[in-house]
Design a protein around this ligand. Sequence first.
Ligand code: ADP
Length: 236
Amino acid sequence: MSEPTTAPPVIRLRGVARTYPGAVAVHALHPTDLDIERGDFVAVVGPSGSGKSTLLNLIGMLDRPSAGRYEFSGTDVSAIRESERTALRGRRVGFVFQSFHLLAHRTATENVALAQLYVTTDRGARNDHAVRALRTVGLDHRLDALPPTMSGGERQRVAIARALVNRPELILCDEPTGNLDSATSAHVMNLLEELHAAGLTVVVITHDPAVAERARRVLTIRDGRILTDTDRREAA
Ligand code: ADP
């Protein structure tokens, strides 16, 4: 067999910046270069207002840069149409937020199955995939539970199952443990570590040093600039 060719990074930013226009424009992200390789586990830390969510929204294609070039797995997504970006995001990126964003009147399985509307019209397949993802996060016993009857940790695991269900290349988490106590946070981080060990690329925004120290690489961001970029394997 021939040598595998080197895959492009999942995330490649070149001079990517985001300015929010207004009476006084906010330079939320100054021109930034960043590569995140496939299978990496990266934490982004920094004070409130430093630009973490702005960076995550750009990486997740929820927002467009004001300047610069963004390649997602080798595709220049600064140049493609909105509909293509939406499709790419729906199929290849999973999101996990602090406040779970689950539908209260839908079961765990339905919440996860809904994330596949973009991907397949086959309801049976959607249901099967949802059950499989909920098994991955250890929730096989809560398939029919409604979110209000679940603990915070269980809800976040449903949200992680929803992020996983389309087998994305990248999971983006914005303060995933922000609403959880420390023991439950540790369980959620164990799960993210397992997903990383299974080959997924994981990027986590966090205020919590206990969360950041689980990551392999830690970026600190301040005033819209990446200040430090630490490889924790080398640092260890
Ligand atoms: P963090 O996630 O680190 O708290 P953000 O990325 O949310 O930081 O914000 C970075 C800066 O951009 C802040 O000064 C914030 O007030 C500003 N900002 C964020 N979103 C918007 C927006 N939609 N319009 C105007 N300013 C914004």
